[in-house]
Design a protein around this ligand. Structure first.
Ligand code: PLP
Length: 367
């Protein structure tokens, strides 16, 4: 099969050295393996700028959604109610989780191209004191918008409620001072900005908030507290762990350090993202999100009007030349998405822009 690089929001293109780590079948109760798990947990705390006395880390089998579901269904108890702030499909997925588990919730919908209004969140919380938790997405991968988690977290913590952030597609790609912000639970996964392979999610949890979840999970496998209690003893996972993914992830964290940590990675993501946008605009392709709120992870572009070609034609053309792009996901407009996280560098941006230009020229000739 012909290889291509992924211009998607994850899984993403990883290094060969990360992939090579998986060529080893590790024993799960072996001390070396347990130490790898513990080192990963410590490393994640550092990346989150969170101190070990106040915060801890739980690794959870499954994709990112398993992590979000674990937090929501373990932390929102029988007498609790969660306010879900949603401006995209991942915010709405939290509602789906709440419905399935029978959690009490309210949802505040915002337009997909706007960040939530923190004052509106304050209003809702002041009006309804039965709301105990607030949950929102940081980088809404549906559109590429970067939500105002600082503002909303301030409002939530001022009112002493629990703050849950899905930072799936942003953690590791941009700095998030978790402790300074006072976030109670932050969720991300192995196959996003840390640049590992799929297989587990991780949760940075404030110890106080985690302790309150004891005994109230709606599910056995996704019981956040139980998972933490077992793992915290010596690094042994509660059930079979994705050993190959864990090894690859440890390597990916090392490589993040080698790159210069989150500041360097963030710079690379921002530069490549802004360059793609600049050059696509020159080709007449407009972004769905305004520059002010556009994150550095993935960009939604409007499909050209009367394009004379379909998304799959464009997709196949670009794929044949070495890159896989992503379809749009916003509901009200015809769009496509270009992700730029993973092993994507300036030369890939140049290559992509050249391919895109050729494609558009070819299509315009055909008209
Ligand atoms: C990737 C992602 C998820 C998790 O999706 P999975 O398919 O379960 O890995 C959740 N939220 C956001 C914002 C994401 O980008």
């Amino acid at each position: 099969m012909k290889k291509y690089k992924l211009l998607t929001p994850g899984p993403l293109t990883t290094t060969d050295t990360v992939k090579k780590e998986m060529m080893f079948d590790h024993c799960t109760w072996d001390d070396d393996y347990k130490k790898i798990t513990q080192d990963i947990r410590k490393g994640l705390l550092r990346l989150a700028h969170a101190g070990e006395e106040v915060y801890t880390v739980i690794l959870m089998q499954g994709s990112g959604t398993f992590g979000v579901e674990s937090v929501l269904t373990s932390s929102v108890g029988e007498n609790d109610k969660v306010l879900i702030v949603a401006n995209g499909a991942y915010g709405e997925r939290m509602e789906d989780i709440a419905k399935h588990a029978g959690l009490a919730y309210e949802i505040y919908h915002q337009d997909y191209d706007k960040v939530p209004d923190a004052e509106k969140v304050a209003e809702i919380l002041d009006r309804d004191d039965t709301i105990t938790h607030v949950s929102m997405v940081h980088s809404e991968t549906t559109s590429g918008i970067f939500n105002n988690i600082e503002e909303v977290t301030n409002v939530v913590k001022d009112r002493n409620r629990i703050m849950i952030v899905d930072a799936m597609s942003s953690f590791g790609g941009v700095e998030i001072p978790v402790q300074d912000l006072g976030i109670d639970f932050l969720i991300s996964s192995a196959n996003k900005c840390i640049q590992g392979v799929p297989g587990f999610s991780f949760i940075i949890a404030k110890r106080d908030a985690l302790n309150q979840t004891k005994g109230q999970a709606r599910s056995l496998s996704l019981d956040l507290y139980d998972q933490w209690e077992t793992m915290d003893k010596d690094g042994k996972w509660r059930f079979t762990s994705p050993t190959h993914t864990v090894l690859a992830f440890a390597k990916a964290m090392e490589e993040l350090e080698e790159e210069g940590g989150i500041p360097a990675r963030s710079k690379r993501y921002y530069e490549n993202n802004r360059e793609i946008i600049r050059r696509f605009k020159e080709m007449g392709l407009e972004t769905y999100i305004d520059e002010e709120h556009q994150g550095p992870i993935i960009t939604t572009f409007f499909f050209p009007e009367n394009a004379g070609f379909t998304f799959s034609e464009m997709y196949e053309y670009i794929k044949d030349r070495g890159y896989a792009i992503y379809p749009g996901k916003v509901t009200e407009a015809e769009t496509f998405r270009i992700g730029n996280i993973g092993e994507i560098y300036k030369e890939d941006v140049d290559a992509l822009c050249k391919i895109m230009k050729e494609f558009l020229e070819e299509k315009n000739h055909g008209k």
